[in-house]
Design a protein around this ligand. Structure first.
Ligand code: SAH
Length: 254
């Protein structure tokens, strides 16, 4: 018996990996984390699959499902939105499985940050503009350690992607405006890759009112930084004629 943690992707059912899809369909038990999982993924499962919505269960109740599956010698697929390496609350699941000596495997997924950059046709790192992306959030029920307060992170003025923060957009821009100039582009992507995806383009000064006017309070990513609207950057060294590397000799092209 094994538990498979599977990244379900950002929403679009075609954005799950082939490996994740195969494992999901081979498991008799499926646990999924509430509203961020596209219902189409669940609807395509065989009728015999036992499906559990973990948003209604506490950790102990979830552990009971693992125990029952072990007794029945059945594998469990645990679907999480996007990729599992960020904001998935799976570390505590893994700890519980370690305590039960139950084996598990993680199958990565397409994060909403990748899906948002894709829908914007945007690269989050550009030569000379920003070579760093910070993934973070504003404090909520889960507190952010004081050294990672948004205002401190903003001092780097690099590209920022904020999860779980859209309902506090006013507080977000207040903290960011201490360091980012008012005209710094801010884009909110609501439900990236879903059919009802929305993109709201503004800047540090304007975005909070725009988001409030749209009534968006959930399932959105806040992207911040100059990379979002500039064409004024140098070409990368990677394809430069003057630059040679292991796979290409200098000045090979005529
Ligand atoms: N592990 C997930 C993040 C889960 S935390 C990932 O890799 O994407 C939940 C937060 O992720 C939401 O509050 C929102 O900020 C963001 N999110 C998840 N799916 C999203 C989507 N399709 N579009 C925009 N933001 C999304």
């Amino acid at each position: 018996m094994k538990v498979y943690f599977i990244g379900a992707g950002p929403g679009d059912v075609e954005l799950m990996t082939i490996k994740g899809h195969k494992r999901l369909h081979s498991c008799s038990n499926v646990m999924y984390a509430g509203s961020l999982i596209n219902p189409e993924i669940l609807a395509a499962l065989p009728e015999s699959t036992q499906v559990h919505d973990t948003s209604k269960l506490n950790l102990e109740q979830q552990v009971d499902i693992y125990k029952e599956a072990r007794t029945a010698e059945q594998d469990v697929a645990r679907l999480q939105s996007g990729d599992l390496s960020i904001y998935g609350a799976i570390a505590e699941q893994m700890r519980a499985l370690d305590n039960l000596s139950i084996q598990y495997e993680v199958i990565p997924g397409v994060s909403s940050v990748a899906a948002s950059a894709a829908t914007l046709n945007c690269e989050l790192t550009l030569p000379e503009i920003s070579q760093t992306v910070i993934l973070s959030r504003i404090s909520g029920r889960t507190q952010v350690p004081p050294d990672e307060d948004l205002e401190k992170l903003a001092s780097h003025k690099c590209t920022l992607c904020l999860f779980l923060s859209i309902h506090k957009i006013k507080d977000v821009v207040k903290k960011l405006s201490v360091h980012y100039p008012a005209e710094t582009p801010v884009i909110v992507v609501y439900k990236a890759s879903w059919k009802d995806e929305k993109i709201i383009r503004g800047n540090i000064e304007t975005i909070a009112d725009m988001v409030e006017a749209e009534g968006i309070r959930l399932t959105a990513l806040i992207l911040v930084g100059k990379v979002l609207d500039t064409k004024d950057f140098d070409d990368s060294r990677l394809y430069s004629k003057e630059y040679s590397h292991l796979f290409r000799k200098k000045n090979v092209s005529k």
